[in-house]
Design a protein around this ligand. Structure first.
Ligand code: 5GP
Length: 105
């Protein structure tokens, strides 16, 4: 199966403006930002969408939430507020089929 664009970013095959990385996830700037801060938070594990998570991903998903919280603080989004979005399925606008969260503020 062909790698998704985000898997290629994780594998450093294509460039991205990477903001944060740890053993479980990567965060980088969206190439087509819809807000003054628009980051994508992506698990390194290949999961297609929110519909493909399982019980074994519970701690990974909690970890992503904490990373998002920390990035929102780092980018000083608390006062103005921010949105966290995941599009699940093409009908909802998902275009990259590797689970990701948009952080916008
Ligand atoms: P989705 O529509 O799947 O929820 O979100 C995909 C997001 O990935 C879009 O906001 C789009 O701008 C972003 N995107 C697509 N290709 C690339 C890329 O090669 N690099 C980066 N940094 N963002 C991308």
């Amino acid at each position: 199966m062909e790698k998704s664009i985000f898997q290629r970013i994780i594998d450093r095959e294509i460039p991205a403006e990477i903001i944060y990385e740890d053993s479980l996830c990567l965060a980088f700037k969206d190439a087509n930002p819809q807000a003054s801060t628009h980051l994508l938070i992506v698990p390194k594990k290949e999961i297609k969408s929110l519909d493909d998570i399982s019980v074994e991903d519970e701690s990974l998903l909690g970890h992503l939430q904490l990373v998002i919280r920390d990035l929102a603080r780092e980018f000083e989004l608390i006062d103005g507020g921010y949105r966290v979005i995941t599009n699940c399925g093409a009908g909802a606008g998902q275009t990259v089929f590797h689970l990701h969260y948009h952080l916008m503020g």
